[in-house]
Design a protein. Structure first.
Length: 313
């Protein structure tokens, strides 16, 4: 074991996940308080010594995104000023990841700005899962451990013991993810060809691949408004698929997402707990898988200066 003491802290973004990680590691969460002043400013108090410790701050930057980002930045600053030896920002969900390039003139690249802020605040390392664009790792000037969610999803479907499976990518950009899941569960792949006339609006054009009479698993990194994935599922059923499942790593589930999923043809929707889901954003046909063991193993390996990539080899 490393000579440095390992400590886990968290903000308010996903305290339940942080507790699960702590339980997996046999480590109690660090003593801290996150409060707000009357004007909305955030106050962070670290109530134990962190001098010389190896600190992991668990804080996905999901909704309320800006509040959770500020909690993370202020906590990192507080820990740095308290002489922590190393601070790792554990961000299961990386907010603003979909603003990673200039699509039009004068667009900001907010994903890069986020990386700058986290580094400037004092983080020495970042752990995250299924970035919307893997190239975001290059926005950081500190090490980034990018963990895939596909192995967790694959284990769930292996236990189902389906016959005649096809993994479907909802767009061309998700083919690599779909192929990874397909290889792990022994399935073929198909691709939905769509066009986007405007943001959050999509039209299904073609389905490429053999899927008639098969159980289809649609996979994406994020389900946001659920428009694309529910339209894709409907198209698969209308064109002859036996049944359709949906899965993703990050259940953002904004706007009409829950209503769309509830009224969809999906037999089951499988997500992970990178983002917490309250009762209003849950469904009877939704299954939530925990990423705590994966993040816990990654934290142990980082703490002991071992390879993280060997978790997936």
């Amino acid at each position: 074991m490393s000579s440095k003491e390992l400590k886990i802290f968290c903000g308010n973004a996903n305290r339940e996940l942080a507790r699960e990680i702590g339980e997996y590691l046999g480590v109690s969460l660090g003593e801290s308080k996150v409060k707000r002043f009357q004007d909305g400013e955030i106050s962070i108090a670290i109530d134990e010594s962190v001098r010389g410790a190896d600190i992991f701050v668990v804080q996905p930057t999901c909704a309320p995104t800006n509040d959770n980002i500020m909690e993370l930045l202020i906590m990192i600053d507080a820990l740095k000023r308290a002489s922590a030896r190393r601070i790792t920002a554990v961000m299961p969900y990386y907010g603003y990841a979909r603003q990673e390039r200039k699509a039009r003139a004068r667009d900001p690249i907010t994903a890069k700005l986020m990386a700058n802020l986290i580094t400037t605040a004092g983080a020495d390392r970042v752990v995250t899962m299924d970035l919307h664009a893997p190239a975001i790792q290059g926005f950081f000037d500190i090490p980034v451990d990018h963990l895939p969610g596909v192995p967790i999803l694959a284990e769930y479907f292996k236990e189902k013991d389906f016959l005649d499976l096809v993994v479907v990518s909802p767009d061309l950009g998700g083919v690599t993810r779909a192929r990874s899941l397909a290889e792990r569960i022994g399935a073929s792949i198909a691709i939905i060809d769509k066009r986007r006339p405007e943001p959050n609006v999509s039209e299904i054009m073609h389905v490429i691949g053999e899927f008639k009479g098969k159980t289809a698993i649609m996979i994406d990194d994020i389900i946001d408004t659920a428009g694309t994935i529910t339209q894709g599922a409907q198209a698969l059923i209308e064109r002859g698929a036996k049944e359709v499942y949906a899965c993703c790593t990050h259940p953002v589930l904004s706007g009409p997402a829950i209503e769309r999923l509830e009224n969809s043809v999906f037999k089951e929707v499988i997500v992970t707990n990178t983002i917490p889901l309250d009762a209003e954003r849950s469904l009877p046909k939704m299954k939530v898988l925990s990423v705590a063991p994966l993040l816990g193993e990654a934290i142990v390996r980082i703490h002991e200066d071992l390879s993280v990539s060997k978790l997936f080899s």
